[in-house]
Design a binder for this molecule. Structure first.
Ligand code: NAD
Length: 502
């Protein structure tokens, strides 16, 4: 079966989903898989397939009492885990990488089932997510300090690095595995123990991964998992416990801000990976074919539901017609449908609510004068949205200010390099920016001027375990990946000693 959704083909949305592997659906606390503590009967959180709306599984719905138990467990485990040797922790992370690669297809099936992205993209996420295990396995044994002779020659100053302490890790639904490994791997590498709170929409991948860590020998209590439909009280209970020393959060800027405020009470170390509003600049001397290739990746990877998705296409007027025509052809060629249909290039959005949010941004842009170059049909109660391309979009509209988080590409025409860079940085977000040009000097000017934590020059993808991922301004604090990723979980201790007399 296939029908039309606007200008793109809709693959069969109910193509048969493979059976899910066996997944433990209880809470993981102190090495035990347990039912939640509740006085009001069995409490569960239902996980849905976004392509069909069918229920996939019911997982345990943690309460604040379970939060207390998890903090007990993570604190006890910290006492021993923080003293293990770096080589031991490195070997465990490497074993987890190897096991994950062996089971890549199984994990990809779970990701597509609960999040919806095409299976090929889920496999790419497993490889990307796995790279954090491999990278931090390698980093574990390379944590170094410094020594310095005091300027007056009287003392030698040393620094050593020690684990921050038990950490709370909160992840979003858009990369159900990679956001979890990007936090767990550096935390474990540094010697921290963790409580993981995955997103309500996609807890199955996190649970399966926690079980994988058990099978390779990660000791009880080092990794604990709380799934819950009540993130606010459960998380605030954990943050209020003085034994917790670190919060690493990936999610929306609004929730991140509230959690930063909540972390002030315990003066916690925080890492905040928040929302973006990425500019994608096409200068008049860009290789348009390559810019279109990058635009397709930057816009449609993960169906646009990514914090590093291109949110604003800022295109020099002299090349705008050509860019739009070629980009439109590529968008019309997408096949929308179930992530399990091999023909699908664009899966469902995570929920009808998110789909409606993106559609509303389109409606308001069109009401503000934008013209529709590629349109999508919008069916009631469907999570599917085809790619949408808009031209001549008002720079002050909601679509310019908010994260679209869907397959919608607004184009803003500009007349000069200066204007392009001005428009690009005119946002509160500062996660990533992209720029296309054949002029190396211009690219470096753009990279320097863009107010964001990451820049892609002549490429539409920057995510890499070996690179420092993170934002400035309202896009967050701290970095994940690279050596900076481990430092987020380490404290620097300075030790002073009299300089030995010779
Ligand atoms: P979200 O903020 O709604 O939820 C993220 C996590 O926070 C989930 O686990 C959720 O249960 C939890 N949460 C929600 N409300 C909470 C509360 N009051 N107290 C404590 N925890 C709470 O975000 P989302 O919709 O899951 O994810 C989309 C957002 O994440 C987008 O804004 C996107 O840009 C951002 N994101 C950022 C990055 C990055 O690295 N910068 C990566 C992926 C996603």
């Amino acid at each position: 079966m296939s029908s039309d959704i606007g200008e793109t083909r809709l693959a069969d949305p109910v193509v048969r989903r493979p059976r899910l592997p066996a997944i433990r659906t209880q809470l993981l606390i102190g090495g035990e898989w347990r039912e939640p503590t509740t006085t009001a009967g069995r409490s569960v959180l239902t996980v849905f397939d976004p392509a069909t709306g069918e229920s996939l599984a019911e997982v345990a719905d943690a309460t604040v009492d379970d939060a207390d138990a998890a903090v007990d467990a993570v604190s006890v485990a910290f006492g021993t885990w923080s003293r293990t040797s770096p080589r031991y922790r490195a070997d465990l992370l490497r074993a987890a990488f190897d096991r994950l690669m062996e089971r890549a297809h199984e994990f990809a099936t779970v990701i597509t089932s609960e999040m919806g992205k095409p299976l090929a993209e889920s496999l790419a996420e497993v490889r990307y997510g796995g790279e954090f295990l491999r990278w931090f396995a390698e980093e574990t044994v390379r944590t170094s300090g410094t020594t310095r002779t005091a300027p007056d020659g009287a003392a030698v100053h040393m620094t050593i690095r020690q684990p921050v302490g038990p950490a709370l890790l909160i992840t979003p639904w858009n990369f159900p595995l990679a956001m979890v490994t990007r936090k767990i791997a550096p935390a474990l590498a540094a010697g921290c123990t963790v409580v993981v709170k995955p997103a309500e929409e996609t807890p199955l991948t996190a649970l399966l991964f926690a079980e994988l860590l058990e099978t390779v020998g990660v000791p009880p209590g080092v990794v604990n998992v709380l799934t819950t439909s009540r993130p606010a009280p459960v998380v605030s209970r954990i943050l209020d416990d003085r034994r917790i020393r670190k919060l690493s959060f990936t999610g929306s800027t609004g929730v991140g801000r509230a959690l930063l405020a909540a972390s002030a009470t315990g003066v916690l170390r925080t890492s905040m990976e928040l929302g973006g509003n990425a500019p994608f600049i096409v200068f008049d001397d860009a290789d348009i074919e390559s810019a279109v290739e990058g635009a397709v990746i930057a816009k449609l990877r993960n169906g646009g539901q990514s914090c590093v998705a291109a949110n604003r296409f800022i295109v020099d007027r002299r090349v705008a017609d050509e860019f739009l025509a070629r980009f439109a052809d590529r968008l019309r060629a997408q096949v929308v449908g179930s992530g399990f249909d091999p023909a699908t290039t664009l899966g469902p959005m995570i929920s009808v609510k998110q789909r409606d949010r993106a559609a509303e941004l389109v409606r308001s842009a069109v009401a503000g004068g934008a013209s529709t170059v590629v349109a999508s049909g919008i069916e009631d109660d469907s999570t599917f949205l085809g790619p949408i391309l808009l031209d001549n979009v008002d720079r002050r509209g909601a679509i310019a200010e908010q994260e679209i988080f869907g397959p919608v590409a607004p184009v803003y025409r500009v007349d000069s390099e200066e204007e392009a860079l001005d428009v690009a940085s005119n946002t509160e977000a500062g996660l990533v920016g992209f720029a296309y040009s054949r002029d190396a000097a211009r690219l470096m000017r753009a990279a320097t001027a863009l107010e964001c934590g990451m820049v892609g020059l002549n490429r539409g993808l920057v995510s890499d375990a070996s690179a420092p991922f993170g934002g400035i301004k309202q896009s967050g604090l701290g970095r994940e990946g690279s050596e900076a990723g481990t430092h987020e979980y380490l404290e620097t201790k300075y030790i002073s000693h009299p300089f030995p007399a010779v």
